[in-house]
Design a protein. Structure first.
Ligand code: PGA
Length: 335
């Protein structure tokens, strides 16, 4: 025989019909406010109701429950024992309602929300692939992809404009940031396939000084990483041209304007059979990672959280793609 007062053992058929028919959520809301604030005046202010309305609602509730819920002691109101029991029931019902509301808002969010992603220039080669897969799982989510260079991405992150950011190098003050790796990002030296250095092994870095060099614009993460490598060996490349677009750099390299350092991701579509060759140069590939980043104190929308989880789980897929694209990478990663 189940204990009638143990709600964990109750079934929906045990629902008290007289309460369901006669108690309203409004009455409970009024009672909860008067109990919590200990005053009709303050409860009336909080709920934007008049005091007579409050009194009527509470009288109706007491009538249904069948016992007084509040008693007047001088000018104050005091809860009765029944009042305290009703108050606890109110708080747990309202908590359930709040959860219900949030769950429904979240559900709507995934059905019709929006994901705003801001990525550094080079991440345009990998963000669409992830977005494509994500969008198949959540077709109602609108996607906004902003592509700009690292400096501008950081500015936008500081202004809290987007949901999530993708970059190849986390800013120095990264203690304020939450960062997640989701793909390798190898930087390689690219040359046209007919260049005399193609096929040579272990080319010393200083040999590149004799070659005209094409480099990304100031503010680019690839530019920083490239110059840092040269700088660490006390060398300076002979920069012939600065370009803010990876695609423009690829065309410039193919046209014989010079060599350049680019992310391996930039040749994802054409693969190794395209018009660019990777040179085997000392210090390369520069092994970097891609990061998804957001400020630590940012409250992520459900859509953003889902995308983040999705991206982090995507890491092995990108790793496999990179190794398939350029098998030499496997050894470098494992060394
Ligand atoms: P970038 O960043 O496209 O701004 O150069 C890429 C990276 O940091 O690897």
């Amino acid at each position: 025989m189940p204990n009638l007062h143990d709600t964990r053992n109750s079934s929906l058929s045990d629902l008290p019909n007289h309460l369901i028919r006669h108690v309203t959520l409004r009455q409970l809301q009024v009672f909860e406010a008067v109990y919590r604030l200990g005053s009709f005046t303050r409860a009336a202010e909080e709920l934007f109701l008049t005091q007579p309305t409050l009194s009527t609602q509470i009288r109706k509730l007491s009538d249904v429950v069948g016992v007084p819920l509040l008693e007047h002691v001088g000018r104050n109101v005091q809860p009765t024992e029944a009042g305290t029991i009703v108050y606890h029931a109110c708080t747990s019902m309202f908590e359930t309602l709040i959860h219900l509301d949030t769950d429904i808002a979240n559900l709507k969010g995934l059905k019709s929300g929006r994901l705003r992603l801001c990525v550094v220039t080079t991440a345009k080669y990998l963000a669409p692939e992830m977005l494509g897969k994500f969008s198949r799982d959540y077709p109602g989510v609108d996607l906004v992809l902003n592509v700009t260079n690292r400096e501008k991405v950081i500015e936008r992150m500081q202004a809290n404009i987007d949901d999530l950011y993708i970059m190849g190098q986390v800013p120095n003050n990264s203690t304020d940031l939450q960062t997640y790796t989701f793909s390798p990002n190898p930087l390689v030296v690219m040359a046209p396939t007919n260049h005399p250095l193609v096929g040579k092994k272990n080319i010393p870095l200083k040999v590149l000084l004799d070659e005209p060099f094409i480099i990304r614009e100031p503010g680019s993460g690839i530019r920083d990483a490239t110059l840092k490598l040269f700088d660490s060996r006390g060398l300076k490349p002979a920069i012939k041209m600065e370009l803010s677009s990876n695609e423009a750099i690829k065309y410039a390299v193919v046209s014989g304007l010079g060599l350049s350092v680019l992310s391996l991701h930039t040749i994802t579509l054409e693969g190794m059979d395209g018009p660019l060759a990777i040179l085997d140069v000392e210090g390369f590939p520069i092994l970097r990672n891609w990061y998804i980043v957001h400020p630590k104190d940012k409250e992520l929308s459900l859509v953003a959280q889902k995308f983040l989880d999705f991206a982090v789980q995507y890491e092995p897929v990108f790793r496999k793609h990179m190794v398939e694209l350029w098998p030499a990478l496997e050894k470098v990663i494992n060394d």
